[in-house]
Design a protein around this ligand. Structure first.
Ligand code: ATP
Ligand code: MG
Ligand code: MG
Ligand code: MG
Length: 465
């Protein structure tokens, strides 16, 4: 996809600039792009931004289009071009530069945005059957309770136009994929909830590289694109299965590994080291999920001739090989990334088996007590917390295993236990930060970003749309 990435940037940019995009998502997604020290004021910009969205973790491997790590291509206007140009250029880019068939493109607009509706219909010429008015949840972007906000317009690709104009749920990814979101920042939301027009109107867009790759490479999901599939193939080789011939459950496991490995390699490369707090815990839980998922597939080590007691380093090698020349940082950090992964995998494996036995026991107890008192089986929040705290089981691992056995988890109690621990660990925060610096220099030169993962990791809300 390197060519596409570059041609997109060329096509939509008159001025290329690496602006910091951290603000635009207000910390709900960790931005890995590095702002320049003294940003120049520019009216337009285009970007290629690496993103982590932990709130999509439950969708990974289950939908065709969601990742925890993805690359977002964007074009921006800061008080310069606005809605009409943004729409027309998005159309020109996708139909002329990328050559997508216009009849396969559907668009959504915010329900009250008649202006966007008529630009699409009258100026671009999209037929009204393929323009959907959608509500606030999908098509209105806000930066918070108050502040800059505005309607969005999203572009979808239709894989099955033969299905016609009935039953057209744009969220159904067996037929459609949303690949480009245009945000028209045109209002300021006031304390009383009213919207006042902004003097300077801005454009903020995002196009998922993996989703565009899926469309252009004509594969059934993002995972089978050349951005991710080599990692899946490597994992299949270690698990001694054939991706094409295996069952759906195994395919999902392989996709989880493909996704999470990209996330951890780029997080480590950008200086986020595994720890029990903050963003360090995001990387740790992703690593642990790969380790456990790999073991479910029967992978225990990197195979003959490779590192015998760890398999993540082998997969990381593939991820690093796939990184493109502009991500040269990743390649120069190969050794340190691999060492860190090896250490982290070994650390987790030591407690994994003991924790799994204990979890088995807890689940069996939950099922038998539910049978005797006629209730639904539920794992106590204290047990889930013990697994997290003592055995290093991220809650989604416990939840995954419990779900397979039909057991729910008392999340309310778990959250209370977590809250207690969070308060205690707050005091240790500074100490951990210092030890990260001296343990490894992966984190040097990386600017601080605000961490909101405690609140957002299980949130079903999305950043935009
Ligand atoms: P969806 O409705 O599919 O979850 P979204 O509306 O949440 O997507 P946006 O917030 O509009 O996505 O982000 C802009 C673009 O970034 C999307 O149009 C898509 O191309 C890409 N994108 C968003 N979330 C993901 C993800 N989890 N994995 C891969 N690409 C994504
Ligand atoms: Mg989403
Ligand atoms: Mg969207
Ligand atoms: Mg959407």
């Amino acid at each position: 996809m390197t060519m596409q990435r570059e041609s997109l940037l060329r096509a939509i940019s008159t001025e290329v600039s690496l602006v910091s995009l951290q603000q635009r998502h207000k910390g709900r997604q960790i931005s890995l792009s590095h702002p320049r020290k003294e940003p120049r004021r520019v009216p337009r910009a285009t970007t290629s931004q690496r993103c982590i969205r932990t709130n999509d973790i439950i969708n990974v491997g289950r939908t065709a289009r969601h990742h925890t790590f993805f690359e977002m291509l964007g074009n921006f206007s800061f008080g310069d071009y606005f809605k009409r140009e943004a729409i027309k250029w998005a159309w020109e880019l996708t139909t002329q530069e990328y050559g997508l068939t216009p009849e396969r493109l559907w668009v959504s607009v915010f329900k009250d945005d008649d202006e966007a509706f008529s630009i699409w219909r009258d100026e671009v010429g999209v037929s009204v059957e393929r323009i959907k008015r959608m509500g606030e949840e999908d098509n209105f972007w806000t930066s918070g309770v108050t502040g800059p906000c505005g309607p969005c317009s999203e572009i979808y690709y239709d894989f099955h136009p033969e299905r016609g104009y009935l039953d057209t749920d744009l969220g159904d990814d067996s037929r459609f994929i949303e690949f480009y979101n245009l945000v028209f920042m045109q209002y300021n939301k006031k304390d009383d909830g009213s919207l006042e027009p902004l003097k300077q109107k801005n454009i903020d867009t995002g196009m998922g590289l993996e989703r565009m790759a899926q469309i252009l490479q004509k594969v059934p999901n993002n995972y089978e694109t050349d951005l991710i599939f080599p990692i899946i193939e490597k994992a299949s080789e270690l698990a001694m299965v054939s991706y094409k011939e295996t069952d759906d459950k195994t395919k999902t496991y392989l996709k989880v590994i493909g996704d999470h490995m990209r996330a951890v390699v780029y997080l480590l490369s950008d200086g986020v080291l595994p720890s029990n707090i903050g963003r360090g815990y995001v990387v740790r839980r992703l690593i642990r999920r790969v380790v456990r998922t790999g073991r479910l597939l029967g992978i225990k080590c990197g195979g003959e001739g490779n590192i015998q007691d760890a398999f993540l380093p082998v997969l990381a090698d593939t991820v690093i090989d796939l990184s493109i020349p502009i991500d040269s940082d990743v390649k120069t950090r190969r050794h340190r990334i691999i060492e860190e992964l090896k250490r982290e995998e070994q650390r987790f494996v030591q407690t994994l088996e003991r924790g799994e036995k204990l979890l088995d026991q807890f689940l069996a107890d939950a099922v038998s007590s539910a049978c005797s008192n006629g209730s639904d089986p539920c794992l106590s929040g204290e047990s889930a917390f013990l697994l997290y705290d003592t055995y290093g089981f991220p809650i989604e691992i416990t939840a995954e295993v419990a779900e397979e056995r039909g057991v729910s988890i008392d999340m309310e109690r778990f959250d209370i236990e977590m809250e207690k621990q969070k308060r205690q660990s707050q005091a240790a925060h500074n100490v951990v930060k210092l030890s990260i610096g001296s343990e490894s220099d992966l984190s040097t030169g990386i600017p601080e970003t605000k961490f909101l993962g405690y609140d957002d990791i299980f949130s079903s809300s999305t950043v935009k749309g």
